[in-house]
Design a binder for this molecule. Structure first.
Ligand SMILES: [Mn+2]
Length: 306
């Protein structure tokens, strides 16, 4: 009996990772990535500045092949490096982060910013342009509406944007955790006109329904949408490297589904991942969550028609 020649799987054996999609800073690509390692001004001081390096390294462990859709992600990513903001306050980082992110976002369809703490979100949103026309979705356990009179922190980017006259109706907040926010902030968010979905809303309706409704609502009134993924929206046990995370938060599966929908939406021009502190991580759990988040954004982006 003659045996068929074995297929040469050695030729197919290459492990393509998401890190293999990164290109140099001078190469034009549909998607761009920049690090903004802001750590000062954190309500809980830590090592959020370490995240961009750790996430890029973890991308090597994320295969570019999505077994569920049977598709290999092949979107090249312009890696613009990191803005030099590890030792400056949120107030001082505003201009360099906004300007770097603005030039990045103008040159591509989707710009990804790796924090850093959540103070990166205000300059990121300004980088897209006129606040009347920009929508913001936050996935965050917190309103991030601490008073700004004592200065900018990672606890007040949303309040700071409202102070900048961003309309509350342009802001959707998803995943707010019980017993993690004060009453006055909820009141202030409602009075500003922010659209609010608590963690219970996400659980009852499903993250896809909530995220789709949020993006549709902002599409109707905004020309571009920025989605801020504060990793502390995730259940603390599933994201130990998120200093603000609490038990009872979002599952990683829900977080990934939300990321894929954000990546797929034509009006989403920018996304950020904030509040990952590698110095608190356990067994690389949060690093791998953050790295797969990048893959999910890209998988969504690959679904765009244009
Ligand atoms: Mn936050």
């Amino acid at each position: 009996m003659k045996l068929a020649a074995p297929r040469d799987y050695r030729k197919m054996k290459r492990w393509n990772s998401i890190a293999d999609l990164l290109r140099d800073a001078d190469v034009a690509c549909p998607v761009s990535l920049i690090g903004a390692p802001v750590k000062l001004g954190s309500v809980t001081p830590g090592g959020c500045d370490l995240a961009p390096v750790v996430v890029r390294s973890a991308l090597k462990r994320i295969s570019a092949y999505d077994v569920e859709t049977r598709r290999e992600i092949d979107v090249p990513i312009r890696d613009a490096g990191d803005v030099d903001v590890a030792d400056v306050s949120p107030a001082e980082c505003f201009r360099p982060v906004r300007d770097a992110f603005r030039s990045l976002a103008h040159a591509c369809a989707l710009a990804i910013m790796l924090g850093g703490n959540n103070a990166i979100t205000r300059p990121g949103v300004h980088g897209l342009g006129d606040l009347d026309k920009v929508g913001l979705v936050t996935l965050d356990a917190h309103f991030d509406m601490r008073d700004t009179s004592g200065g900018l922190t990672n606890g007040n980017p949303v309040q700071a944007l409202l102070d900048d006259r961003m309309p509350g109706a342009n802001i959707v907040q998803i995943g707010l955790a019980p017993f993690a926010n004060p009453q006055y902030m909820h009141q202030a968010a409602r009075e500003a006109g922010n659209i609010i979905y608590t963690m219970a809303d996400v659980r009852r309706r499903g993250v896809e329904a909530v995220m789709t409704e949020a993006l549709d609502a902002l599409s109707a009134r905004c020309s571009q949408i920025y989605v801020d993924f504060d990793i502390d929206v995730i259940e603390r046990g599933l994201a130990p490297g998120a200093p603000g995370a609490r038990p009872g938060g979002m599952t990683t599966a829900e977080f990934f589904a939300a990321a894929r929908l954000a990546g797929a939406h034509e009006k989403v021009a920018a996304v950020d991942l904030a509040e990952f502190d590698p110095s608190l991580d356990v067994s690389d759990i949060t690093a791998l969550v953050a790295a797969r988040w990048v893959a999910e954004i890209l998988a969504g982006f690959s679904d765009r028609s244009g």
